[in-house]
Design a protein around this ligand. Structure first.
Ligand code: UP5
Ligand code: MG
Length: 197
């Protein structure tokens, strides 16, 4: 990380809303580093000898949230290892515990630029994840039972966090129901505004 505080954009939204897809587009066009908390947790789960493997898998299958100390440490390590200073943090913070843990460990070390909120209906979330599962995603949570639980957690725990950031004027809402290219057009408008700041 450089002397200037790294810029962070949190990317939130329901399961399958398209966070990862659009983060990949942003990386190509705007040079951000994409850190998906879910991907980092799956990687840690798959690491031989990890003391957290079983715990992470239980949370992922049940759509519940891994203790913040684990997730936040994985995120901080990935930020340091990248040696870059612009990050999309995807799928985090998704609860009060996540947000408070991040504030404690990282709050003073970064500049939180804004929060992208990928907004679409639960039905769209379910359809996209089930389709991805059928296409062979290999994700242990792309099934109807896990999805019901993921959506419950999203509504109960993540929406209040989005509302909190909204009250701070940090949220940029994006219509995630549209086709991928149109969603990215909306995102480009936001980045144009950043440039004009
Ligand atoms: N797709 C994408 N955009 C589309 C569009 N506009 N139109 C039509 N199709 C579109 O996309 C999902 C699918 O939809 C893909 O097949 C894509 O092609 C298509 P994707 O970009 O992968 O959506 P995304 O929002 O990233 O969905 P994801 O399933 O990754 O979201 P979740 O938030 O549910 O998953 P995540 O990996 O972040 O977390 C998984 C679990 O890890 C959590 O449930 C939790 O148990 C745990 N976790 C924590 O405990 N703590 C954390 O901080 C993070 C995760
Ligand atoms: Mg994702």
């Amino acid at each position: 990380m450089s002397a200037e505080k790294p810029k962070v954009i949190f990317v939130l939204g329901g399961p399958g809303a398209g966070k990862g897809t659009q983060c990949a587009n942003i990386v190509k066009t705007y040079g951000y580093v994409h850190l998906s908390a879910g991907d980092l947790l799956r990687q840690e789960r798959n690491t031989e000898g990890s003391e957290y493997g079983d715990l992470i898998e239980t949370h992922i299958k049940n759509g519940t949230i891994v203790p913040v100390e684990i997730t936040c440490s994985l995120l901080e390590r990935a930020m340091i290892e990248s040696s870059k200073n612009k990050f999309l943090i995807d799928g985090f913070p998704r609860s009060k515990d996540n947000m408070e843990g991040w504030e404690r460990q990282m709050g003073s070390k970064v500049n939180l630029r804004c929060v992208f909120f990928f907004d679409c209906t639960d039905q769209i979330c379910v359809d996209r994840c089930l389709k991805r599962g059928l296409a062979g995603s290999g994700r242990t949570d792309d099934n109807e039972e896990s999805l019901r639980k993921r959506l419950l957690t999203y509504q109960r725990e993540t929406m209040p966090i989005i509302m909190h950031y909204e009250s701070l004027g940090l949220v940029r809402k994006i219509d995630a129901a549209k086709p991928e290219e149109e969603v990215f057009e909306e995102i480009k408008v936001i980045f144009k505004e950043f440039d004009a700041e």
